[in-house]
Design a protein around this ligand. Structure first.
Ligand SMILES: *Cc1c(COP(=O)(O)O)cnc(C)c1O
Length: 369
């Protein structure tokens, strides 16, 4: 048997699966181009880094690393339960909120199930759907955002799961709270709804979505959040979901017993107490969003107004050559052709200096490509 034939042994969805393409790591670009001054605005990470409290908690936990972590994540769940005034039994911890998305797919989907999500929505939704052989129903976006009316119409007797990203990545679009609740409230009780709020902390307070209040009414609702973005802990992989205790119980049945490592658990718990770092992060984001969009305006470029810590800029020409020219200048951003947005690039908000370096590199590139 040739090695090629091994692929035929994989389940159908996996045979066709194209893996998630992450933002280019800084080190990889260093190796490839021998550059040293590289800035990465490609994965919506926190440009200020992790907070001091998280780092101190990691330091303090190092001597215990020979021991397995607490598989129930007791302390972190207690802290989250207190923060959100929920029962700890409603919380599921994941190795990043990505893992929660996968747990939901494994727990609720079979190849007979349809999964509804929007065009231009987060790339992990089609991946986890296909991996379990379920059927993706992609609903055309409206103004780059979710068309909730069309998504509601796409629900059939076979629909088992809906993914909504709010704000969405890579578009940054935000749904109105009232529209969202109406959509969730109208779902048949045979449909589970994942409301992915990875960028929740960046949403300005006057647009804030009180989705947690809905949990009491909707036992089929799963809200996911993460420590990877605003909390600056992407490298540790910790996210969570808030749901009915019943859904948490179901997800708990399919997760690995120690899915969060010991350092992630203590760092996330400490990060929750570091309001100063969070506020600094949000302020940097607000300022940086202004800086980038002012820069786009000066270059005559349009962008999709974003509620997240990134912005999709419309180059009105192929994005890939611009992405590659930026790489040669040591600036890593994110091409989004795989999101059916070939003329856009997604830029994560950086520090003021990084934003400035990026804008200069973009300006130079557009003059020469
Ligand atoms: C980044 C992101 C996530 C998950 O990130 P984790 O690091 O796995 O927590 C989930 N959803 C969206 C929309 C994201 O952009």
């Amino acid at each position: 048997m040739s090695n090629e034939n091994i692929y035929r042994l994989a389940v159908a969805g996996v045979q066709q699966l194209i893996p998630y393409k992450a933002g280019k790591p800084i080190e990889e670009l260093e190796r490839e181009l021998g550059l040293t001054q590289i800035i990465k605005l490609a994965s919506n990470e926190n440009p200020l880094g992790p907070g001091k409290k998280a780092l101190a908690a990691i330091q303090a936990a190092l001597p215990e690393l020979a021991l397995y972590p607490d598989g129930s994540g007791f302390h972190l769940k207690q802290a989250l339960a207190k923060k959100y005034a929920l029962d700890a039994a409603q919380i599921t911890l994941g190795n990043g909120s990505n893992e929660i998305l996968e747990l939901v797919a494994r727990a609720f989907l079979t190849p007979a199930c349809e999964v509804v999500f929007s065009q231009h929505a987060f790339a992990v939704y089609p991946l986890v759907t296909q991996a379990v052989g379920a059927v993706a129903v992609v609903v055309p976006a409206i103004g780059y955002g979710h068309d909730l009316t069309a998504m509601a119409q796409a629900i059939t007797a076979n629909t088992r799961l809906v993914f909504i990203a709010n704000p969405n990545n890579p578009t940054g679009t935000l749904l109105a709270q009232a529209d969202l609740e109406q959509f969730i409230g109208a779902l048949p009780n045979t449909v589970v709804c994942v409301l992915d709020e990875a960028y929740f902390e960046f949403v300005s307070q006057d647009a804030v979505v009180n989705s947690i209040d809905w949990l009491e009414k909707y036992p089929n609702l799963i809200i996911t959040r993460t420590f990877s973005k605003a909390y600056g802990l992407a490298g540790l992989r910790v996210g969570y979901s808030l749901s009915s205790a019943e859904i948490a119980d179901i997800l708990n049945r399919v997760r690995q017993p120690f899915n969060n490592n010991a350092l992630a658990l203590v760092a996330a718990e400490a990060a929750l107490t570091d309001d100063k770092h969070l506020q600094r992060t949000i302020a940097n984001n607000t300022q940086g969003m202004q800086q980038l969009t002012d820069g786009f305006k000066a270059l005559g470029l349009e962008w999709i107004p974003s509620a997240g810590n990134f912005v999709a800029v419309d180059l009105k020409r192929a994005g890939l050559p611009v992405y590659e020219a930026l790489l040669r200048k040591g600036v890593i951003v994110r091409p989004v052709a795989n999101y059916e947005m070939p003329e856009f690039l997604r830029i994560s908000i950086g520090t003021p200096t990084e934003n400035q370096l990026f804008l200069q590199a973009l300006s130079d590139t557009l003059a020469n490509v």
